[in-house]
Write a protein that binds this ligand. Structure first.
Ligand SMILES: Nc1ncnc2c1ncn2[C@@H]1O[C@H](COP(=O)(O)OP(=O)(O)O)[C@@H](O)[C@H]1O
Ligand SMILES: NC(=O)OP(=O)(O)O
Length: 318
C-alpha cells in the first residue's frame, strides 16, 4: 500500500462527450464510469482529491439563466460556476460513494464549494478565451454574436463556442480546509470548474467576478498549496504527442518542462486543449512534484509508469 496524495484533474470527456446531449442521465453514466476507474486508485492506497472541468455545464447554466430572465432573475457567471460545482460535485460524490460501497471501502466523499482568488487586472478580462457551453456551426455562431452580443471563437476545429474571460488562479481560498479533510482520510472533490473566481478587496473581503478559470491551472495551484505528490491530468488521449495528428506523430513518455517549452515554441500543442495541461503539468514539476498526463482509462497503469506522459524536473529523471 502507498499513501501518496494524488490530485486528479478530470477532463471534460469524463463527464460529457462533445457529441452527447447534455442530459443528466448521460452525464451521470459518464461520471459513474469515471468513478469506477478512480475507485481502483483508492483501492491501490492513494489519497485522492478530485477536481473537474465545467465548460459545457457552466455554459448551459448561463444560457438557462439568460433564456429564463423574463421569468426569474438572472444569476452572474460566478454564481453559475458555483451551481456547476454543486451539479457535478453531487454526481461525483454519489457515483464515487456507490463504487466504493461495491468494493467494500468505507471512506466518505465530500464536495467543497471552492473559491479561487484572481486579479481583476488579469489581462484575460480584456481578451476572453475560455470556451463554454455547446458547440455551434459558424452560421449559428454568427447569429448569436449579432443577436445576443456573445463573443465566440472556433474551438479546435470541433465547432464554434462562446468564450469568456479565464484569469489565472492566484490562491485557493479553501485550501486549508481541503488539506484538513484529506488528513482525515476523506476523498475530497474541490476546485470544480477551476473554482469560483473571486477578487480580494483592500479591506480583505472578497467579491465574485464574472469569469471561468481553467481547471488545469487551478488543479496545479491546489496541488501546490496542499503539497500533493502527483498531479494526474486525465483526458481522452493516452499521451502527449509531438506532431499530433500529423505524419511523424510521436508519443512523449518522459519529458522535462524545458523540453515541453521547446515543443510549445515549435507549435505542437493546441491552445484551447493540450496547452493548459502542459502549462499546469510543467509548473507542478518545476515546483518539485510529479505530473502525469494520460487517458482516464489507463490511470492505474500510468501511476505504475507503464502508460501516459510523465513530466518531471530534469534532475529527477537521472
Ligand atoms: N500535442 C497533443 N498531444 C495530444 N493531444 C493533443 C495535442 N494537441 C492537442 N491535443 C488535443 O487535446 C485534447 C485533450 O484536451 P481537451 O479536449 O481540452 O481535454 P479535456 O476536456 O479532457 O480536459 C485531445 O483530445 C487532443 O485532441
Ligand atoms: N473550467 C474548465 O476548465 O472546464 P473545462 O475543462 O470543461 O473546459
Amino acid at each position: 500500500m502507498n499513501n501518496r496524495t494524488l490530485l486528479v484533474a478530470l477532463g471534460g470527456n469524463a463527464i460529457l462527450q462533445p457529441k452527447q446531449e447534455a442530459t443528466f442521465e448521460n452525464q451521470l453514466a459518464n461520471v459513474t464510469a469515471s468513478c469506477r476507474i478512480l475507485a481502483k486508485l483508492i483501492r491501490m492506497g492513494y489519497r485522492l482529491i478530485i477536481t473537474h472541468g465545467n465548460g459545457p455545464q457552466v455554459g448551459n447554466i448561463l444560457r438557462q439563466n439568460e433564456e429564463a430572465r423574463q421569468v426569474v432573475p438572472q444569476m452572474p457567471l460566478d454564481v453559475c460556476s458555483a451551481e456547476s460545482q454543486g451539479l457535478i460535485g453531487y454526481m461525483i460524490q454519489q457515483a464515487m460513494r456507490n463504487e466504493l460501497e461495491l468494493l467494500g471501502i468505507d471512506k466518505s466523499v465530500v464536495s467543497i464549494v471552492t473559491r479561487v482568488e484572481v486579479s481583476s487586472d488579469d489581462e484575460a478580462f480584456r481578451n476572453p478565451t475560455k470556451p463554454i457551453g455547446a458547440f455551434y456551426s459558424e452560421e449559428e455562431a454568427q447569429a448569436f454574436m449579432q443577436e445576443k452580443g456573445w463573443i465566440m471563437k472556433e474551438d479546435a476545429n470541433r465547432g464554434w463556442r462562446r468564450v469568456v474571460p479565464s484569469p489565472l488562479p492566484l490562491h485557493i481560498i479553501e485550501a486549508d480546509v481541503i488539506a484538513k479533510l484529506l488528513n482525515e482520510d476523506q476523498i475530497v472533490i474541490a476546485c470544480g470548474g477551476g473554482g469560483i473566481p473571486v477578487v480580494r478587496k483592500p479591506d480583505g473581503t472578497y467579491r465574485g467576478i464574472e469569469a471561468v478559470i481553467d481547471k488545469d491551472h487551478s488543479a496545479c495551484k491546489l496541488a501546490q498549496e496542499i503539497g500533493a505528490d502527483v498531479l494526474l491530468i486525465l483526458t481522452d488521449v493516452d499521451n502527449v504527442y509531438i506532431h499530433y495528428g500529423r505524419p511523424g506523430q510521436r508519443a512523449l513518455t518522459r519529458v522535462t518542462p524545458p523540453e515541453l517549452e521547446r515543443f510549445r515554441r515549435e507549435g505542437h500543442f493546441s491552445e484551447g486543449s493540450m496547452q493548459p495541461k502542459i502549462d499546469a503539468a510543467s509548473r507542478f514539476a518545476d515546483s518539485g512534484g510529479t505530473s502525469i498526463i494520460c487517458s482516464l482509462h489507463e490511470a492505474d497503469l500510468a501511476l505504475e509508469g507503464e502508460r501516459g506522459t510523465l513530466i518531471m524536473k530534469a534532475a529527477d529523471h537521472a
